[in-house]
Design a binder for this molecule. Sequence first.
Ligand SMILES: Nc1ncnc2c1ncn2[C@@H]1O[C@H](COP(=O)(O)OP(=O)(O)OP(=O)(O)O)[C@@H](O)[C@H]1O
Length: 255
Amino acid sequence: MATNALEAIDVSKTYLSRQDQVTALAPISFRIPSGSFVSFVGASGCGKSTILSLVAGLISPTSGELRLFDEPIKRPSPRISYMLQQDCLLDWRTVSENITLGLSFRGQNNTKSASHARYLLGELGLSHTLNQYPSQLSGGMRQRVALVRTLAVQPELLLLDEPFSALDYQNKLHLEELLVNVLQGRKMTALLVTHDLEEAIALSDTILVMGGRPGVLRRIIEVPGEIRKASPLAARSQPAFRSLFNELWKEIETP
Ligand SMILES: Nc1ncnc2c1ncn2[C@@H]1O[C@H](COP(=O)(O)OP(=O)(O)OP(=O)(O)O)[C@@H](O)[C@H]1O
């Protein structure tokens, strides 16, 4: 198994259009060890989502190289699964059919994957929704279905772009707890982009703080073990959590 799930070596990105060019990322380098949970935080427009799009193979770097499990990223990889803020569920398909469709896209619509998906639905408290349509579900339930669909393909790298930001605080905390439980014991690497510093601290092993336009990597922060060992809810009441929050806040607010 590769030690690093992901390696960025002097990666930059300039978007080109007929009228304009925007440099979203200045050359940036980092390594993400296999099995770790890493968050990208930073002010709006500093290139966080651009990094996920590059890793997903949806766009190419302008310079530098991105390596996924020691192989250069040239196109979208079946080892990656991507979850966004919008649940992207198809309203005319049931929960079960939405998840099966995700498996079919990956050529994984077989009995083993379908039974794993049913197991995940159970883990996320959704077994009773199998034959319901997305319009019959609450926002939090829809996002849980989207999470099951993302995990059902058993990715090695999970990309999460503000997946819980449209949810209210209670639902968000609930989803964070479920995500941590689901990831426990699975050899999965996760990259999260979030504006929510509490979410970044509660979920991550490492936080990459970005800033500037074009975006640069400002700091790499290892989350203390006491926070990582606690559940997302319990972690929030720790003094170490509050002091890391204040540190991150200052870092992001500094021009
Ligand atoms: N497809 C695109 N074409 C042109 N410019 C783009 C494109 N996508 C992003 N940009 C620009 O690149 C810069 C970085 O955008 P990006 O979405 O990566 O930032 P972000 O940190 O994720 O922002 P936010 O936190 O607001 O979502 C911004 O200036 C944005 O306008």
